[in-house]
Every structure is written in structure tokens, then in C-alpha cells.
Write a protein of this length. Structure first.
Length: 251
């Protein structure tokens, strides 16, 4: 069984409540779930959020959408992820984050195929980034998740679920999915107001005529209206991880 776990929480230092921001009349998280449900190789999708009161709205949204929701620790994201997975006893788990409303179901299916056919412990399309920031996906075997839950101890390792693997590559068979022509300069994640402005523009222009718009549709839009891609280009990739590493180094 392939289980997709979508990590989401209302708290955000740069854009509070971002996952619940309205996007064409629905919370941004609901729009992402709508896209993820189109992934054919995901047997089950669930949301993992925190037990904090501020995340009650996420649990209620999941109930309305008919998506299972697990609630666990706020800061120990690895524990939350691990405990969430135990509900379904999957053979492999796909890790997704709730700040990616342009998630590409076809790309997720391709990553799952690469992972399974290669017999990897862990696979991702963002190890050496070549896709837009915001299309990131990772998949790991249930055995690998158990190992992470047991061996990862530092604050960064517990906050960023798969970071232990990057620090101990010799312990894992790692699969990578890369795009021949890199698009890593494009930023389609949502962490800042400018990020949401871009996403809103894309949805306004594409969704009404084609709710299941694809990555190619987005690229064609950006080619026609190149000014859109410049709305949020002043932020670096993985700023959250960089911030966590800086805090750990300082401490």
C-alpha cells in the first residue's frame, strides 16, 4: 500500500494561516488535496497536522473533504509523520507538504514508479533540485521510516522528516528523479505573500477553464505572461531548513 501523508499546519512565521487562505472560494489546502487525489499510484491520502487549537480548522476541513486526519506533535514532525503512518500500515509512504498548491499528480506517480522499480529505501525529485520549488515529493519505505523514527535525534532531524537520510547517505539506497531541463529557478511554493499572489494569479487564469490544469499548462502561461514568474523570485529555496540549521548551529 502506498500512503500519501500531507503535512499541514496553520502556524507560519512568514504567512500565518497560509494553508487556509481562500483560493477561488476554497482553502488553499483543499485545492492541493483536490490535485493530489488525481495521483493514480497513491492508494490512500491523509493529512497530518498538530494537536494545537489553531489547527482545529484543518481537522474540520479534512472532515468536510472526507480525508483522514491525524493530529500529533507540533514541532516533532517526524513523530507526527511516523504515528500518522501507523494508522494504515503502508509498505511505502509519500511525504508531501501543505504549502504546494500546484502539486503535480503525474510527477508523484512517476516518482513512485521510479522508487518501486529501483527497489530504493528513499526516493525524491528534490535531492538535486531540477523541478520548480513547490513540486517537491519524497517517498520512503515503511522500514526506512521506522529507522528514522528510531535514529533521528537532533532538532533539525525531528523537524525535517527526511533530513537524517541526507546526513547518512551511506545507510540508504537512494533514488533520484530529475528533469532533463532544469526548472529549479521557478518558485511555486507558498511561504510569503508574493508566493500566494503568484499562485492566485495562476489559479485565476487556468482553473475556471481547466480545473485539472497541468504543469505544462502553467509553463505555457508563464511563457505567455513572463512577468508572473518574477513576482516572487527574491526568496531562496528551502528557507525553512536553512533557518533550522542556522538555529541548531548557533545553539
Amino acid at each position: 500500500m502506498i500512503l500519501g501523508i500531507l503535512q499541514a499546519r496553520a502556524r507560519s512565521s512568514r504567512l500565518p494561516g497560509k494553508v487556509l487562505r481562500p483560493l477561488l472560494g476554497e482553502p488553499m489546502l483543499a485545492r492541493q488535496i483536490e490535485r493530489l487525489k488525481r495521483a493514480k499510484r497513491l492508494d490512500q491520502l491523509m493529512v497530518a497536522t498538530s494537536v494545537q487549537e489553531e489547527d482545529d480548522a484543518i481537522a474540520l476541513l479534512c472532515e468536510r473533504l472526507g480525508v483522514p486526519c491525524f493530529r500529533g506533535p507540533l514541532d516533532d514532525v517526524l513523530a507526527r509523520f511516523h504515528l500518522a503512518a501507523q494508522r494504515f500500515s503502508p509498505t511505502h509512504v509519500v511525504r508531501l507538504t501543505g504549502d504546494c498548491p500546484l502539486a503535480d499528480p503525474a510527477l508523484i506517480d512517476e516518482l513512485i514508479h521510479v522508487h518501486l522499480t529501483g527497489g530504493y529505501d528513499y526516493s525524491s525529485n528534490c535531492w538535486d533540485p531540477s523541478y520548480p520549488d513547490g513540486l517537491d515529493a519524497e517517498i520512503l519505505s515503511a522500514a526506512t521510516l521506522e529507522l528514522l523514527a528510531e535514529r533521528a535525534h537532533s532538532q533539525v532531524q525531528r523537524e525535517h522528516v527526511t533530513y537524517y537520510i541526507r546526513q547518512h547517505t551511506d545507510q540508504f539506497k537512494v533514488g533520484k528523479l530529475a528533469r532533463q531541463s532544469s526548472l529549479s529557478h521557478l518558485r511555486w511554493t507558498v511561504d510569503e505573500p508574493a508566493d500566494f499572489e503568484l499562485i492566485e494569479q495562476i489559479y485565476n487564469k487556468l482553473y475556471p477553464a481547466k480545473p485539472a490544469f497541468t504543469t505544462d499548462d502553467i509553463l505555457e502561461l508563464l511563457a505567455r505572461e513572463p512577468h508572473l514568474a518574477t513576482l516572487n523570485t527574491h526568496h531562496q529555496r528551502n528557507e525553512g531548513l536553512a533557518s533550522s540549521l542556522a538555529k541548531e548551529h548557533h545553539s
